[in-house]
Write a protein that binds this ligand. Sequence first.
Ligand code: PMP
Ligand code: GLU
Length: 395
Amino acid sequence: MNDHLSERINNMATSATLAMAAKARELRNEGKDIIGLSLGEPDFNIPDFIKESAKKAIDDNYSSYSPVDGYADLKQAISNKFKRDNNLSYALNQIVVSTGAKQSLANVAMVMLNKGDEVILPAPYWVSYSDIVKLADGVPVEVPTNIDTDFKMTPAQLEAAITPKTKMLWFSSPCNPSGSVYNQKELEGLAKVLRKHPNIFVVSDEIYEHINFRGGHVSIAAIEGMYDRTITVNGVSKAFAMTGWRIGYIGGPSWIASACTKFQGQITSGANAIAQRATITALEAPVSRIQFMIDEFHKRRDLILGLLGEIPGFNLNIPEGAFYVFPDISSFFGKTLKGTTIHTASDFSLYLLAHAQVATVSGESFGNDRCIRISYAASEKELREAAARIKAALQ
Ligand code: PMP
Ligand code: GLU
């Protein structure tokens, strides 16, 4: 039946993160004791004060369509948040609220890209970037980085990747999947290159901004020459554990925001009203109210690094943010374990699923074929058990 489907969908890859999570769920339903470290989703409950505001929004009859680009008071809260946390001034007509940061990204791709426009993706990049870009007829241009440089793209690498067709650079910091955080100096280095190419726009995905163990998150839009051509993407999924409530947003040039609103007006009519009301409460709260989650992730990062560090063959760096480790496991390539020869990161990830019953995601779909991604958004008990099982399966 695929012949009857569009080329667009036939050419699209299934989201590897969601596919692995579905596979783990399926195996669990069959009675297997799978530890899921594949999905990047906080394992905390939404803080009660946010839940309360959603309940109130229902009682207050927030049941109609919201404005397509989001409620004005939510956009004001977002504007205040950008000022408070990012030193960025966005007026309300520069902000668009969407159904998750994923949709924010898709909107931007659909309104900015023409056929053949190149989008630079420092690899590893978040799994959906390349397929979102391709959906909008853009061409992903991967810039490979490796563990020795903490998976960060250098200014020279950026410069070398630029061609007359380059339209955009998309990146996340803190990065999914590597957990790397670009500091001020590193972003200034990239900005210096970009200032020479005024037609290149930047998508700065800052959804993990608060999950930063070094502190001092820097937004590239706040660096000289970048504000007018950066789209800053954020959302409440990670910092507030609100993944299922599906709220993301952008701040950027007003003409890009208007185009996103126009597009969204034909596709979704705007984000969920109740979740938007709750997002106001979330964003107005001081960061101290979610500090417990950040502290917990920090503790778990140290735990998982210690545990995986004891396993021969795992090459690890120290990620400074998000909730992922991205070990280079290429030392296993060519080895045969329990009758299975490991040729690729996918083979390795599937081997762990079969023999350790631990779900991870292969680095291939993130643009790196030597690593796997392990999410440590799981309890200490699960992390200890997972590491013990992995160690045993690899002996
Ligand atoms: N960007 C990155 C880097 C992510 O890891 C995620 C995870 N879901 C998203 C965007 C999308 O977030 P959401 O759609 O849940 O807001
Ligand atoms: N962003 C998360 C991840 O990378 C959630 C899954 C998804 O949205 O693809 O695992």
